[in-house]
Design a protein. Structure first.
Length: 317
C-alpha cells in the first residue's frame, strides 16, 4: 500500500504567505477527501471449467486498467500486483483504485478459453465486483501416414491429404482440438491401396476424445503393382499347324518373365519399368507385331503405371 506522509491543502498563513499544500495532487486530494484512506474497491476473479472436472490447473491472469483519479495507482499493495493465478477451487482478489479494468489470462497448452466476463469492469470506492473466466480442456490428436513403395510407386507422405473432420492436418503433427467425436479421413491417390484406420481410431476413422486425451490414428497406403499378360495368336490359313503353346513369350526387365504362348497368367511387374517384349523364333511363321491394350508401348517395349492390368498380344501368320 502506498505510504503517505502529510497531506496538507493549500492555504494562506496569518501573515499573508501562500502555502501551495503538500501532496496536494488529484490523487492526494482523493485520499484526503476519503478520510486519509486510499479509495479502493475489489475485483474477485473466479475460474469455471467446462465440462466440470477435478483438474487443478492454475491459470495466470493479468490485470490492466485506467484509474478514475489522475496519477493514482491501479492495482494496490505490492509490486506486480496486477498478476495473479486462479484455478477451479481458487479465486483471486484484486484491490484496485476506482476506475475501469480488464482481466486477461494466459491459456495453458491444451486448454481453450470459452468466455471471459472480466472486461470493462467499472469499480467505485468500496465496491466489490465478481467476474468469471471459463475454460475447456482440449485434446490432442495425431494422424500418422505410412507409404509403402515396393511396386514402383513414387508418392511420398506429403502427397496424401489428411483430415480431422474437414480440417486438413499434417502427418505426425499433434493437433490441439476440442474434446468430442471426430471422423478422420484422407484423399487416397490412384495406384495405392489404403488400409483401415488403426491406432486409437476405429477402422472407419471414428474417434471420441475426452478432455486431456492424447491419441494417435494411423493409416498405411501401399502402391498397387501392375500386372502383365503375354498372349500368342496364331493364324493358320496356309497349311500351318502350330498352336500358341509352341511359342515362348518373354518380357525382359526387372521382375521379368517368360510364358508359353497359351498362358493365361497375369504377372506382377514394376510400375515405371520398361519391359522388352520378344518371342521365340519359329520357322515358317511371320510375326505381325505386338499389340497392347494399355500402358505405354513403343518399339516392342511396354511400360505400365501402378494398378495397370495389361494384355499384350503378338500374332504370327
Amino acid at each position: 500500500m502506498a505510504t503517505w506522509g502529510d497531506i496538507i491543502p493549500p492555504f494562506t498563513s496569518y501573515d499573508g504567505v501562500y502555502f501551495p499544500g503538500l501532496n496536494w495532487s488529484e490523487y492526494g486530494q482523493a485520499v484526503y477527501n476519503n478520510n486519509c484512506v486510499i479509495p479502493q474497491g475489489k475485483i474477485i476473479v473466479n475460474k469455471v471449467l467446462s465440462p466440470a472436472s477435478n483438474d487443478n490447473t492454475e491459470f495466470t491472469i493479468t490485470g490492466s486498467g485506467t484509474p478514475t483519479v489522475t496519477a493514482s495507482p491501479t492495482f494496490l499493495y505490492e509490486s506486480g500486483s496486477n498478476i495473479g493465478s486462479i484455478s477451479r477451487n481458487k479465486s483471486h482478489t484484486y484491490n484496485v483504485m476506482p476506475g475501469t479494468y480488464d482481466i486477461a489470462e494466459t491459456v495453458p497448452a491444451g486448454w481453450k478459453e470459452i468466455s471471459n466476463t472480466c472486461s470493462n469492469i467499472s469499480i467505485t470506492n468500496n465496491e466489490t465486483k465478481y467476474c468469471t473466466i471459463t475454460n475447456s480442456k482440449g485434446a490432442t490428436l495425431t494422424l500418422i501416414k505410412t507409404v509403402i513403395n515396393d511396386n514402383g510407386g513414387t508418392k511420398q507422405i506429403s502427397d496424401f491429404n489428411l483430415y480431422i473432420g474437414d480440417t486438413k492436418v499434417t502427418s505426425g503433427v499433434a493437433n490441439q482440438i476440442d474434446a468430442g467425436t471426430y471422423t478422420v479421413r484422407e484423399d487416397n491417390l490412384t495406384g495405392y491401396n489404403a488400409s483401415n484406420w488403426g491406432g486409437d481410431c476405429s477402422s472407419d476413422g471414428k474417434i471420441t476424445l475426452s478432455p486431456g486425451d492424447n491419441k494417435t490414428c494411423t493409416i498405411t497406403n501401399d502402391d498397387i503393382a501392375p500386372t502383365l499378360k503375354l498372349v500368342k495368336s496364331v493364324t493358320n490359313d496356309n497349311g500351318g499347324t502350330l498352336e500358341p503353346k509352341d511359342w515362348t513369350l518373354t518380357a525382359t526387365g526387372e521382375n521379368g518373365f517368360s510364358d508359353l504362348g497359351n498362358s493365361t497368367t497375369f504377372h506382377t511387374v514394376k510400375a515405371g519399368v520398361s519391359y522388352a517384349l520378344s518371342e521365340s523364333d519359329v520357322s515358317g511363321y511371320t510375326s505381325k507385331g505386338w499389340q497392347c491394350d494399355g500402358g505405354t508401348f513403343v518399339n516392342n517395349t511396354i511400360k505400365l503405371d501402378l494398378a495397370d492390368k495389361v494384355t499384350c498380344t503378338v500374332t504370327n501368320d
